[in-house]
Design a protein around this ligand. Sequence first.
Ligand code: UD1
Length: 422
Amino acid sequence: MARILIHAGSPLEGTVAVGGAKNSVLKLMAATVLAEGEHVLRNVPRITDVDCMADLLRSMGLTVTWRDGGPDGPASLVIVRPAEIEPVAPYDLVERMRASIVVLGPLLARFGYARVALPGGDDFGPRPIDMHQKALEELGATFTFAHGYIEARADQLLGTRILLELPSVGATENALMAAVLAKGTTVIDNAAREPEIADLAAFLNRMGATVLGAGSSTITIEGVDELAPVEHTVIPDRLEVATFLAAAGIAGGEITVAGARPDHMDMFIQKLGEMGMRISPTSDGLWAMAGRRLDAVDVSTLPYPGFATDYKPLAVAMLATADGVGIVTENLFHGRFRYVDELVRMGADIRTEGHHAVVRGKPALSGAPVRAWDVRAGAALVVAALKAEGETVVSDVEHIDRGYERFVDKLRSLGADVRREG
Ligand code: UD1
């Protein structure tokens, strides 16, 4: 089992490059199902969730190959979709990665049939797909459930108005990818507004779809008969950028994150500003400086453009060493703050009550062996350890590998005292 070992050290300094967005590329990969031929996705992070989606596409009959990006350049994925595929997402792959459910919409739209294992719950609690199902039913699909699988059928999807009960990212994406090949006009209201949705729409439009308004609450899709494969560059990962900003906030210092899109993370940047960091856009990313201990703030997660739930572990880690008391409220998932117990083992003063966490900042934490429970919680423990006396050893690093490419190397390039074993 791999481990990451961290010692607190001097303030961070230097430039680090951000990779492509995990939560975008997974959906773009699913969307390749929609068009026969060779697709090329550029700026793809080499992370295990991408490997998992690649395995899923391969199991359906697509060919997925990495194309090296040179010494420092980002890699590309070449995905070839043959004329016929097996539109089935098996349990072992869906269980490895719940985001696999996004193949449902494109499979249904292109092949009129999909058989997808039902995702189980995870550390965020249950992962219902009722809104995905309802949206696809409104487009004309019928569903049956048997033996842990959902089977969806539709001879011809028909454009309609879909009003989402809440702006679910996955349900918006499934509805969008189904509607591009539906007959007529579809309007998705109360759609999720994440930058990853806009990236998916840009990819679909390049393929020949007609999608308007992605990135806003109302997305209008004019169905087309056919789509063609294209090349597309994945947007940068705002969660990876946030992780480096949190690292600088905790350890102090002055860093530049090359390739970052500050306009994709306004709320996070605003919060860091309130905490006392200075952050400015540069011609190719952003610059950040933390010259003193951060001030505590309250944080409440909301759908985009609100404070993303995925930033929450980073916020808790920053508050753990900030000056004052911060209240963190989770509004999206039944947040089991399991990683909080790990931070408490590192000496943090955090109490959780329902979906709230009260964090009383301390000048420093105390290094301890801790466990990464999921991708962002794991990264948060590593950055928290940059302000912990002695050695912190984070185990179950496989969770971090799901979403971060060369995480330790990148932190080391900023001067952090971090190394990986295994
Ligand atoms: C995506 C992101 C995840 C992020 C989340 C919210 C990916 C791979 N994952 O997850 O990192 O934390 O958006 O920004 O992109 N819900 C239902 N019924 C449904 C669908 C969702 O009740 O049919 C609920 C969920 O339980 C949750 C809330 O809606 O409470 C938001 O979930 P959703 O936006 O769908 O998240 P994901 O797409 O799963």
